[in-house]
Ligand binder design. Structure first.
Ligand SMILES: [Mg+2]
Length: 420
């Protein structure tokens, strides 16, 4: 229904922009939480991530540490070399999950149309909320103030007629930014921006645009549709539209989502299958925790593997029944991964895990024996969720993850490696 509503509005959004979307992104989230909880860290470089001795990766660096060139997704060992006096902390994932919940409650005061992208980032559709709470920029201001006063954390916000523009805007004046893009200034806002700001343009595509003499969004807009199509094939229409600030995707609340997924781009390509298995376990663990929280079950297990040459393989398997059980879902995902790795022995650049075919709270038919086994497993899942909540993610780790020294990390791809 929302999609239909959006489709009818997208024409206007391209012109007059009656739609109002806010993108909220907490600034250096994990690090800011740790500093909030321990003010003695305030002026120090603070790095949250895995072990610098092992193959750990930086999850978040505060702004002091970033001045030394430290950024998310960098190997922790490299971060130590750049900033030896930094305070290194392990992520307290379930603590961040709890705070993320608190943050989400604040969003829900203003609109029910909240689409979380990660623990610290969400889109809010506030179209039509003006009469209650004031114009969209005012709502963004109120949300930022509530986050600061009630949660003690600073966020940046982008306010625009669609998701793409709102997300670009929230990133422009971090930290503590508030950037508003009124419909009538869309083109002057976008034109001077570097093309990397456009969704889907990574280092490889950037090079191909550069070869055509294009380095800003205005440059993309200067290319004819046919030329874009010749150069970029299937992606060309996407670039054509985004360069004009057109984006008709609706804000989809989690319980209406068609899939839940997490993915991770490795700072260094990974060849070790053991390490990949451990990562898959982590990613699926995050997916199923989110599903249980939202009381959503899913039927299709999906994984995505991108190799060093950017070849991307996705595989899925449909379960016999709806589930949000970590063990069942992860076992299926591991089978899919093993199959892909048997077929291709290349280093892996990105690993993704997710569930599709979601339903909210549907009762499941099962035999008595299954029911007992299921109950046992769901009690284990619940106990794990609870332990993680109390003692942090490190309290509940399975053998594979422990052995390979993998820690839980945020998803650097959604963060664009720098913008958290
Ligand atoms: Mg952030």
């Amino acid at each position: 229904m929302i999609i239909g509503l959006q489709a009818s509005k997208s024409g206007k959004a391209e012109g007059s922009g009656c739609w109002m979307i806010i993108h909220i992104d907490m600034d250096a989230f994990y690090a800011s939480v740790e500093i909030r909880d321990n003010p003695a860290l305030r002026d120090k470089p603070v790095i949250i991530g895995g072990s610098p001795q092992g193959r750990g990766v930086v999850s978040t660096a505060n702004y002091v540490a970033r001045k030394f060139g430290v950024h998310s997704a960098m190997p922790a060992a490299q971060a130590v070399r750049l900033c030896p006096h930094a305070v290194f902390l392990r992520p307290r994932m379930e603590h961040y999950v709890a705070i993320s919940q608190q943050i989400r409650e604040i969003f829900f005061r203003f609109t029910s149309l909240v689409e979380p992208l990660s623990l610290d980032e969400a889109f809010l559709d506030v179209s039509g909320c003006e009469s209650l709470f004031g114009p969209a920029p005012e709502i963004a201001r109120k949300i930022k103030a509530a986050l600061k006063n009630e949660v003690g954390l600073v966020a940046s916000a982008g306010v625009a007629p669609n998701k793409f523009l709102a997300k670009v805007a929230s990133d422009l004046e971090k930290p503590d930014g508030l950037v508003v893009v009124p419909a009538e200034t869309i083109q002057s806002f976008l034109d001077p921006l570097p093309i990397r700001r456009v969704w889907g343009i990574g280092p490889q595509t950037e090079k191909r645009f550069n070869a055509l003499g294009v380095s800003t969004v205005a440059g993309i807009r200067g290319l004819a549709r046919e030329q874009l199509h010749r150069e970029f094939g299937a992606n060309s229409e996407h670039f054509y539209r985004l360069a004009r600030g057109w984006d008709s995707r609706a804000v989809v609340p989690e319980h209406e989502a068609k899939s839940v997924s997490h993915e991770n781009t490795f700072p260094v390509n990974v060849e070790d299958p053991e390490m990949l298995r451990a990562w898959l376990q982590e990613l699926m663990g995050q997916v199923t925790v989110r599903m249980r929280r939202a009381q959503v079950k899913g039927k299709t297990v999906r994984i995505k593997v991108r190799f060093s040459d950017f070849r991307t393989i996705t595989r899925s398997e449909t379960l016999n029944e709806l589930s949000f059980e970590t063990r069942l879902i992860e076992t299926t995902a591991q089978k899919l991964l093993a199959k892909i790795l048997r077929e291709s022995q290349q280093p892996v650049r990105l690993l993704g895990a997710g569930m599709a075919n979601l339903r909210v709270g549907v009762p499941v038919q099962q035999t008595l024996f299954d029911a007992e086994e299921k109950q046992k497993q769901s009690r284990i899942d619940e106990a794990c969720d609870e332990l993680k909540q109390k003692f942090g993610a490190a309290a509940v780790r399975t053998a594979a993850a422990l052995e390979s020294g993998v820690k839980i990390h945020r998803n650097p791809t959604t963060e664009d490696h720098k913008s958290n």
